[in-house]
Design a protein around this ligand. Structure first.
Ligand code: PLP
Length: 459
């Protein structure tokens, strides 16, 4: 670590040039300047090293949850190199390529949910956008071309394309990108911790779904194509009660509305199962994935449709498949080869099992440590998707005044202490790589509590 100090000959110049030449989304120029980057130069496992030689413990799988196998895996790199030097890319329009066929076939076999056909893209936003196109195609093929609206939920995030932004509850997007796509209808989130007093979680789940049904009736069910909803919304770690998921599925079936389950954040193992919906007794119609499909080694995403949806869209087979367009990089052979190496690793190293056991241990340990704490309102999660909601008042669940920036201060404090966590508002979140060991998990709990406790002590 010590001799890494010279890896960046001119730290200040790189920070300056970064501000000048690279659009750094989500980070202000002032922050980049004040925090001098940091400039990542190498990484291994769950640790990232910056140009000063500082090593950060990474509870964010690289920062945005994509590095699900950890950093610098030789097996994935070897698979990528082998594919690149054999057949790096050809267009799906001209050729079938085997890595994409094999990856899609394996994805179809991961669950009993009837997922069949992958529409491969290169990012989560594209996966979401493609899923909405598949949903419209499904209804058009059934003779319902007027079904073009999409439902989405408060606090949700589905990407930055016009469709993703239109389906995301993000003030900046909704202001800066206006006008957004028409026909996107907002629903309440299912936020069990903030349910009305006196209601059980199950009663609350039913009531939120019933409100969704009321919106559907008010909008006109015959105008609605699909609901875009993560099985477990990741930003605030909103683990829903089973009653909500059951009712959501029933309502979709009743009104012939498709459920697009956005698994971009949690798909491929984050919650200790391949997909979040597997924690519930329900199956979606279309699943969107990215991030974990290649562990972030190469960009790839997909909208995966069930056989029921695909049989409808394909229709007479001869013409319909060709009508749904795709991208130049659709089913990129090299990206798909990375995806196959990632599936192999998850299976061979039993990473679903270890994610469930280490992640659930971390959740229990946070609960043990913060039992009775006056400002820790809720600790929730599944596997390596963990949220700690901080409140000003435990009894009323009132939030801290926003000008206190409690979450942001905790995130900054952790970074000063060489630890990467995230805060969305005052919900502190951890989403480490699936390869996080028990020992790493213990270090992450320790570091999280230290940052939270120090900042809360200062308020
Ligand atoms: N959907 C969800 C649930 C996400 O978490 C994200 C990204 O974080 C997206 C969609 C957008 O994916 P991308 O950033 O790859 O476009």
């Amino acid at each position: 670590v010590d001799n890494k100090i010279n890896q960046s000959p001119d730290y200040a110049r790189i920070v300056h040039d970064s501000i000048q030449y690279v659009w750094r989304h989500g980070v202000s120029v002032d922050t980049t300047r004040a925090e001098r980057g940091p400039i990542a130069v190498s990484a291994s496992g769950v640790r990232v090293t910056d140009a000063d030689g500082t090593v950060f413990l990474d509870a964010l799988a690289g920062g945005s949850a994509a590095a699900t196998l950890g950093h610098a895996r030789v097996d994935v790199a070897d698979a990528v190199h082998a594919q690149m030097t054999k057949l790096h890319w050809v267009s799906l329009r001209t050729f079938i390529n085997e890595p994409s066929v094999e990856l899609a076939r394996r994805i179809a076999g991961l669950t009993e949910a009837g997922l069949q056909t992958s529409f491969f893209v290169s990012s989560g936003s594209e996966a979401v956008e493609s899923a909405t196109q598949l949903a419209k195609s499904y209804h058009r093929a059934r003779g319902n071309p007027e079904r073009t609206k999409f439902l989405y939920r408060k606090t949700g995030y589905h990407g930055t394309s016009l469709v993703g932004a239109s389906a995301s509850d993000n003030k900046e997007f909704r202001t800066w990108f206006a006008p957004l796509a028409p026909g996107f209808v907002e629903l309440d989130a299912c936020y069990p911790y903030r349910r009305p007093a006196g209601m059980t979680e199950d009663e609350y789940g039913v009531s939120v779904a019933d409100a969704m049904e009321a919106t559907i009736i008010a909008e006109g069910p015959e105008t609605i194509a699909a609901i875009l909803a993560e099985s477990i919304p990741a930003a605030l770690v909103l683990v829903p009660p089973a009653s909500y998921m059951r009712r959501l599925r029933e309502i979709c079936d009743r009104y012939d509305i498709l459920w697009i389950d956005d698994e971009v954040f949690i798909g491929f193992g984050r919650t200790g199962r391949w997909f979040g919906f597997e924690h519930y007794d329900v199956t979606p119609d279309i699943v969107t994935v990215s991030k974990g499909i290649t562990g972030g080694y190469i960009p790839l995403g997909a909208a995966i449709a069930t056989s029921r949806v695909m049989e409808t869209i394909f229709g007479d087979g001869a013409t319909t498949q060709a009508k749904v367009s795709g991208h130049t990089y659709a089913a990129h052979p090299t990206a798909c080869a990375a995806g196959l190496a990632v599936l192999d690793a998850i299976e061979k190293e039993h990473l679903l099992e270890s994610t469930a056991s280490v992640g659930d241990w971390m959740i229990d340990e946070f609960r043990r440590r913060y039992d009775g704490h006056p400002h820790v309102g809720d600790i929730r999660g599944k596997g390596f998707l963990i949220g700690i909601e901080l409140v000003q008042d435990l009894a009323t669940k009132d939030r801290f005044a926003s000008q206190l920036s409690v979450g942001r201060r905790i995130m900054a404090r952790a970074m000063e202490q060489q630890f990467m966590l995230r805060a969305t508002g005052d919900v502190v979140t951890l989403f480490p790589a699936l390869v996080t060991t028990q020992q790493d998990g213990e270090a992450m709990v320790e570091a999280t509590c230290r940052a939270i406790d120090e900042v809360i002590d200062e308020i």
